[in-house]
Design a protein around this ligand. Structure first.
Ligand code: ADP
Ligand code: ASP
Ligand code: MG
Length: 486
């Protein structure tokens, strides 16, 4: 049965090769010590047939992006210097993690990768901009390098690892920097490349985040995309579990960088986790839950520094009683107001959506009133062109530097007093586009970006730092989870 027909029928096929996909994020591969921790974790999973997905070493993607941006501005010397720094760093980690013998093999591979990056810089300078396609070529190097180093370190540690080029497995459309997998082709290639290795009890190691078009042009899956790679592999292989190894104890009640009091959420539903990621929680790529959810494969978010911790288990039916799981803020949001010159007739609505689609805009959220439409977007790049196209039909204005705050939980909407609590607590704040939208699982609203962090902290104190707060007597269950320590 083909992938699509299995999904359409809603039936999960029998597992083809029981396996566990283990994705290690950048901070879990920051240096040789981190790679050694990853080795210990993978060794414990050997009976479950691990498939390993490696992100770029910590901060490498940001450095590559910055190098591309300065090259585009014509500052070739700074870009070259960045690449030289990154090359030295990779060589050092390779030597420390894989040992001197393996380093002799790795060093020329690293050199080739950086040689290609150096050749890219004059091309970027000539364009005078870092085009999306060039960006994908540049950034993808991070995962190619890290996965080779991780592979060599695994071999050195006695793991029978095999490096696979993820660009030959993950086939995507040509939406550079935000590519979407072509599912049938990708599933087939993953099965062909990975399943035989699992049958031989070998450990496939792939770079996350990267893919290529059917013509072989490199693409990437969007920032944080290694989570999505893990989910794609897990779904294709019908794995028994997908593990996201990161630098926090699991999914927490909010970003611990904003609120150190944030606590671990022991269990979540697929939908809750997908909403949380969609509404900006960096811990998971926004699209990473969908493939796992379609195949009903549990996803665990775990801390590579505390591998004995329980982390967060994301499953179809967690069976917990929590009303609210987490609060998140998505920054960098722009609200676009489209005001009809006459009225918002259905034809005009259609025209507005067509224009946005032609400019490849993803619309995050909308709200409509009689004569106008408010749309949230995360890029302003094409807005002038869109305004021009709609001239005569509608006035288009936009305001940037907004943040969308979301309260996520399977039952937040079934407890009307929660919205009341929020609005009472934030009565001094100008809230816009308050939305208890189509989803049952979230309440969200727009604020100015500068207020976002403070408001998240206030809401977190209200809902998660007073275990049975003054509203709990009016609701059947505690508002928050019996979260773990830390
Ligand atoms: P990795 O490199 O492992 O992919 P990321 O930096 O992408 O790690 O994601 C982990 C980070 O996500 C954490 O360090 C934390 O600051 C942030 N984060 C944001 N919201 C949450 C949340 N609700 N729970 C846990 N972490 C969160
Ligand atoms: N290295 C990529 C990034 O920083 C992908 C990832 O880490 O998941 O966005
Ligand atoms: Mg990440």
């Amino acid at each position: 049965m083909s992938e699509v027909s299995a999904e359409q029928s809603g039936q999960a096929a029998a597992p083809l090769a029981q396996s566990v996909v283990m994705k290690f994020g950048g901070t879990s591969l920051a240096d040789a010590a981190a790679i050694r921790r990853a080795i210990r974790i993978v060794k414990q999973r050997m009976p479950q047939k691990p498939v390993v997905v490696a992100s770029a070493l910590a901060d490498v993607t940001d450095h590559l992006l910055a190098a591309g941006q300065v090259a585009a501005k014509g500052d070739a010397a700074s870009a070259e210097a960045s690449l030289r720094y990154l090359q030295r760093r990779h060589e050092q980690v390779a030597l420390d993690a894989a040992g001197a013998d393996a380093y002799e093999v790795l060093r020329p591979q690293i050199a080739v990768e950086f040689e290609q990056l150096h050749q890219l810089l004059p091309v970027i300078s000539t364009f005078g901009e870092l085009t999306r396609r060039l960006q994908d070529q540049l950034l993808g190097a991070g995962e190619c390098l890290s996965s080779r180093i991780v592979h060599a370190a695994f071999l050195q540690a006695g793991i029978d690892a095999v490096w696979l080029d993820a660009r030959e497995c993950i086939v995507t459309d040509a939406a550079h920097t935000q590519a979407t997998p072509l599912w049938d082709e990708t599933n087939q290639r993953v099965l062909d490349a990975v399943a035989p290795l699992l049958a031989e009890l070998r450990v496939p190691v792939l770079g996350g985040f990267i893919g290529s078009t059917t013509d072989g042009i490199p693409t990437t899956l969007g920032r944080g995309g290694s989570d999505l790679t893990a989910s794609i592999l897990g779904a294709a292989l019908q794995s028994s579990r997908i593990e996201i190894w990161t630098d926090v104890d699991g999914i927490l009640t909010t970003d611990p960088k904003l609120c150190p009091e944030a606590r671990r959420v022991p269990t979540m539903s697929f939908e809750e986790a997908a909403d949380l990621a969609y509404f900006g929680a960096q811990v998971l790529h926004p699209a990473s839950i969908a493939p796992a959810m379609r195949k009903n494969i549990p996803v665990a978010v775990l801390n590579s520094r505390h591998p004995e911790g329980k982390g967060t288990e994301i499953v179809a039916h967690p069976g917990d009683e929590c009303v609210m799981k987490a609060i998140t803020a998505k920054k960098g949001v722009t609200v676009v107001d489209v005001q009809a010159v006459r009225w918002l007739a259905p034809e005009l609505l259609r025209e507005i959506f067509d224009v946005f689609e032609r400019h490849q805009f993803t619309l995050d959220l909308l709200s409509a009133s009689r004569g106008s439409l408010s749309i949230l977007v995360t890029s302003t790049e094409s807005l002038p062109a869109i305004a021009e196209e709609l001239k005569g039909l509608a006035h288009v204005r936009w305001e940037s530097r907004k943040a969308l705050i979301s309260l996520v939980g399977e039952r937040v909407r079934r407890q009307p007093e929660i919205a009341g609590q929020v609005f009472r607590a934030l009565s001094d704040v100008d809230l816009r586009m308050i939305c208890q939208g189509a989803s049952e699982r979230n309440i969200c609203f727009l604020v100015s970006e500068s207020q976002a962090e403070d408001l998240v902290r206030r809401l977190h104190r209200l809902f998660f730092q007073s275990r049975f707060d003054r509203y709990s007597s009016s609701v059947a269950v505690p508002l928050m989870c019996q979260a773990g320590e830390g």
